[in-house]
Design a protein around this ligand. Sequence first.
Ligand SMILES: [Zn+2]
Length: 180
Amino acid sequence: MAPVPGTVTAGDQGSTRKNNWREKMDKTDFMKYAIDLSQRKMDAGEGGYCASVVVKRGEIIGEGWNDVINNSDPTGHCEIHALRAAGKEVGTWNLSGCELYTTWEPCQMCAGAIWWARIDQVYYANSLADAERLGMDIDGLHREVSAPTDSRSRPYERLMGEEAWAVLKRWLDETNPEGM
Ligand SMILES: [Zn+2]
């Protein structure tokens, strides 16, 4: 079954749309859609050497492609864009009950976002070992995020905790963040 090309406009990362095809899609179809999306965005000169879709009950509710270089966005990974689009689509940050299909195994930043979003299941195509082979320091990133703040390669220094806590405490008093 050939996926129907998307209607997302050029450069419009936040856009989502309903599935256009009538047949029920399986996980291979969703991954094929993600791979096609990355190809289309790369062909269009919008980055897109990897792409992701978030699926809820068999329907794509968010999609994204990598635009780190094109958009000068250090966090412009495809998973982040797809999660943001999905959250907007369903009106909640909590994406439990959803699956993420991504053409490249999520890095630690994206794994963190997937954790916060409570995604149920991740499917990936290319691996992080491929990234290492291309010279990306995935091991270094893993060491950095696993290390305590006082032993990271980039120095972390705590500053004005009391003042910041006053704001946070107001938020805790005025809202019910339980369950986040
Ligand atoms: Zn990432």
